[in-house]
Design a protein around this ligand. Structure first.
Ligand code: B12
Ligand code: SF4
Ligand code: SF4
Length: 374
């Protein structure tokens, strides 16, 4: 089984300082990334959103404190002691754990037995915000179980993608992931089990393969988890723990064949980063994907884009009875696609700012209107 290396992920690569020893070492070992990474090393890019200065000064600060909030939750949990007196927990407690995670605010939850290959091989040093300098450190697999969960993103906000409202709901979901993760980590520690939560700033494992193994959804052409009810309009969180309960298995609701008929994420991706070339990695289906062009799109828009989330029929909601029958049934798949096209066309997109970022000041409305016309 292959292990992923967090140092090879895009955020880790573009954070490398060209004058550092780490930079030289990384590109000596991985020269294929050097040329494509160089133009992406531009630093902060959130002020690139195509909006008037007044909009930026009023609304960009909405997201500024978020990393501090996540850091606060992370520190509270990581410093919380493990109860010396361990409570005996039955294997069937998996059902209760799932309800508890939903009670904390998650949509859904799956539980996986951890193996070596689930972990990243090394830290990529993307955890500075939570006060950790871990770059190059080998990750020692030291937990038995991953409790993986999905949190919802707001569909009305996502339907504005790739504009600023998309970033607002993405950032909100990262806080929800950190909040649920911290509470679950502290609860499991109260029961006497060593645990650690994963959030937008600290990962021991890539979450898409974990969520696949936890049966939360399948990996779509978009290259991430597509759930039955909310499509890929969900973010992932996880808590790694030494508690052992009954485990879940991957699911197959027919998405692999459905994606071949649909390809709406591929067609709508503004940077052409999604492909139809599929291969299996560690028994999981992945599509070849261009992380550099995707990130470059973020830098141009000043958001996290998210058009591949918005474009997915499962995100917009498909008839769940039909969905349950679609595996190995091309006719039902066609019916789902037809219904989606009828309701939403090729892409469900909301034109115009949502109330949260609408300004009544007349001069600003005029500017925004002129922008729409361009
Ligand atoms: C780095 C990162 C990015 C990068 C790179 C994406 C990528 N595919 O790696 C960029 C900036 C481009 C990005 C974009 C987005 N991201 Co992102 N991203 C991550 C992050 C932090 C790490 C992902 C990772 O480890 N990638 C590395 C491996 C696992 O992925 P890979 O590159 O595809 O690996 C391939 C190859 O390496 C290959 N391979 C073949 N042989 C071998 C052999 C070996 C040894 C190895 C190592 C690999 C390998 O296999 C893999 C499969 O193709 C995760 C959070 C997390 N820790 O999981 C979120 C995450 C994956 N992102 C997420 C999302 C939603 C997005 C966006 C939609 C942005 C948005 N608006 O929210 C886009 C979508 C892009 C897309 N279509 O996939 C979500 C996905 C949620 C879900 N429903 O599944 C995550 C899980 C964040 C979260 N907490 O929810 N992201
Ligand atoms: S986030 Fe945007 S640019 Fe990146 S893959 Fe999705 S649609 Fe394409
Ligand atoms: S948009 Fe279509 S092709 Fe892309 S992941 Fe969703 S169902 Fe699959």
């Amino acid at each position: 089984m292959k292990k992923y290396d967090e140092r090879e992920t895009l955020f880790s690569r573009v954070a490398l300082n060209p004058n550092s020893k780490e930079y030289k070492e990384f590109y000596k070992k991985n020269p294929e990334y050097k040329q494509k990474d160089a133009p992406l090393r531009t630093g902060p890019f959130r002020d690139k959103i195509r909006k008037p200065a007044r909009y930026k000064e009023l609304f960009l600060p909405l997201n500024k404190p978020n990393k501090a909030v996540i850091n606060g939750l992370f520190q509270a949990a990581i410093n919380y002691p493990v109860n010396e007196k361990r409570v005996d927990v039955p294997k069937t407690f998996n059902k209760n754990i799932k309800e508890i995670v939903k009670y904390y605010g998650a949509l859904d939850c799956g539980i996986v037995k951890l193996n070596e290959h689930h972990y990243y091989s090394h830290h990529g040093g993307v955890s500075e915000e939570v006060g950790m300098d871990t770059y190059n450190q080998k990750i020692k697999p030291s937990y038995k179980t991953a409790i993986v969960f999905t949190v919802p993103m707001d569909l009305a906000f996502m339907n504005r993608a790739p504009h600023f409202e998309e970033l607002l709901t993405t950032e909100n979901a990262y806080i929800d992931v950190a909040y649920i993760g911290a509470r679950l980590e502290m609860y499991l520690k109260e029961l006497g089990y060593k645990s650690v939560s994963q959030n937008g700033e600290y990962y021991l494992a890539p979450l898409v393969p974990l969520a696949y193994d936890a049966g939360l959804g399948e990996i779509g052409m978009c290259n991430h988890i597509v759930t039955k009810k909310h499509g890929n309009n969900v973010r992932l969180g996880a808590v790694l723990t030494n508690l052992e309960v009954e485990y879940d298995q991957p699911i197959d609701y027919g998405l692999q064949e459905f994606c071949k008929k649909c390809a709406l994420c591929l067609m709508n991706c503004p940077s052409k980063s999604i492909t139809h070339k599929q291969r299996m990695v560690n028994g999981r289906p992945f599509y070849k994907f261009n992380d550099s062009t995707c990130f470059n799109q973020w830098q141009k828009m000043g958001t996290d884009c998210g058009t591949c989330i918005q474009a997915c029929p499962m995100t917009q909601g498909v008839d769940q009875d039909l969905l349950e029958q679609m595996k190995d049934n091309p006719k039902i798949m066609d019916q789902i696609m037809e219904q989606h096209y009828e309701k939403h066309g090729r892409r469900r997109y909301t034109k115009g700012d949502l109330p949260i970022v609408t300004l009544e000041e007349e001069w600003c409305m005029r500017l925004t209107f002129m922008e729409w016309q361009n």
